[in-house]
Write a protein that binds this ligand. Structure first.
Ligand SMILES: C[S@@+](CC[C@H](N)C(=O)[O-])C[C@H]1O[C@@H](n2cnc3c(N)ncnc32)[C@H](O)[C@@H]1O
Ligand SMILES: C/C=C/c1ccc(O)c(OC)c1
Length: 354
């Protein structure tokens, strides 16, 4: 059977399925948010073994009439590997997977604060402004819906500021898992400044792994309130567009994807200035960010990187870049050479040399 436009019906139905998948993608987000709010990963974790539906709904005090709905939620999320469905004593039970272990709030690696931050209704509702955003030069979806940039919004709202910083720190804990093995990257350095280093989750790990390396975190003053310094870890409030403390190396983790090419070049020039006066030693910039590699990467990995690209474009007019785009930035900022290495599943580590 062919339709009037000549496509096979089966192809048309695939198109329909793709539309329905994307139409309901926000319900994926809400399912994720809901299991965190209900504390289901925490309950299974505390249970110490796979939990049956009846045990789960009893702990949650779910009214009998709603048990079937909780089952639907668990069935759907098990299909997506947030839970593993196993049988114990002839009954279906749910176990944690690698993904839901990361949603246990007490876990050192919990990403629950990241999900809660991203899915806050005020922030996520801003994405309804994407049509306007296409036409408004220079405005982010936040500029349109909240009347100010993300950074100004965070400055004005301490609760959001704290939630954002916590979300970013959680991501840094994750990349620390890989970064702590990159000893060669930090070898020979006497000092490093983590520009836009947030509350210092990355710098703290580096300062502990390298007790002789002097680590400085530069960030907006609002981010740095009430943080405790150590022997080799200090915090400086400031603006990376104005000046960056001098050091042998500069770390930029998840900074450049927040900014336009023009802003990135300014930041990189300031970084170059910061590493310029270390007694003839060859300093470097260490960038941790995504590199879009459509040819090498698995389809799913590229899908995630391209989704981040759209997200960063919406929230900050930023972007994720492919190697060519990165190279262009580095050369325009006056650097000679760079080396890209894989870090986590989707973040790369790029060393840039003057
Ligand atoms: C996406 S977060 C990344 C934080 C941290 N590097 C990480 O990966 O977890 C970007 C950081 O840049 C900081 N930032 C934004 N504008 C800045 C500026 N003008 N000077 C210094 N830091 C800035 C923000 O406060 C925030 O901590
Ligand atoms: C809703 C805003 C989220 C957000 C903003 C800036 C970032 O760099 C980021 O990635 C880690 C996420």
């Amino acid at each position: 059977m062919a339709s009037s436009n000549g496509r096979k019906a089966s192809e048309i139905f695939q198109g329909q399925a793709l539309i329905y998948r994307h139409m309901f993608a926000f319900i994926d987000s809400m399912c994720l948010k809901t299991i965190i709010e209900l504390g289901i990963p925490d309950i299974i974790h505390k249970h110490g073994q796979p939990i049956t539906l009846s045990e789960l709904v009893s702990i949650l005090h779910v009214p009998p009439a709603r048990v079937g709905h909780v089952q639907s939620l668990m069935h759907y999320l098990s299909h997506h590997r947030f839970f593993e469905s196993v049988r114990i004593h002839e009954k279906e039970a749910y176990a944690l997977t690698a993904a839901s272990e990361l949603l246990v709030k007490s876990s050192e690696l919990s990403l629950a604060p990241m999900v809660e931050y991203i899915l806050d209704p005020t922030l996520s509702a801003s994405f309804h402004q994407m049509k306007k955003w296409v036409y408004e030069e220079d405005l982010s979806v936040f500029d349109i819906s909240l009347g100010c940039s993300l950074w100004d919004f965070l400055n004005k709202n301490p609760a959001y500021n704290e939630s954002f910083n916590e979300a970013m720190a959680r991501d840094s804990q994750m990349s620390n898992l890989a970064l702590r093995d990159c000893k060669l990257v930090f070898e020979g350095l006497e000092s490093i400044v983590d520009v836009g280093g947030g509350t210092g989750a990355t710098a703290r790990m580096i300062s502990e792994a390298f007790p002789d390396l002097k680590c400085v975190v530069l960030d907006r003053p609002h981010v740095l309130e009430n943080l405790s310094e150590s022997n080799n870890l200090t915090y400086v409030g400031g603006d990376m567009f104005k000046s960056i403390p001098k050091a042998d190396a500069v770390l930029l983790k998840w900074i450049l994807h927040d900014w336009t090419d023009k802003d990135c070049i300014k930041i990189l020039e300031n970084c170059k200035e910061a590493i310029s006066s270390n007694n003839g030693k060859r300093g470097k910039i260490i960038v941790i960010d995504m590199v879009i590699q459509e040819k090498q990467d698995e389809h799913k990995v590229t899908e995630l990187k391209l989704l981040w690209d759209v997200a960063m474009a919406c929230v900050l007019n930023g972007k994720e870049r492919n190697e060519e785009e990165w190279k262009k930035l580095f050369m325009e900022a006056g650097f000679q050479d760079y080396k890209i290495s894989p870090l986590t599943g989707f973040l790369s580590l790029i060393e840039i040399y003057p």
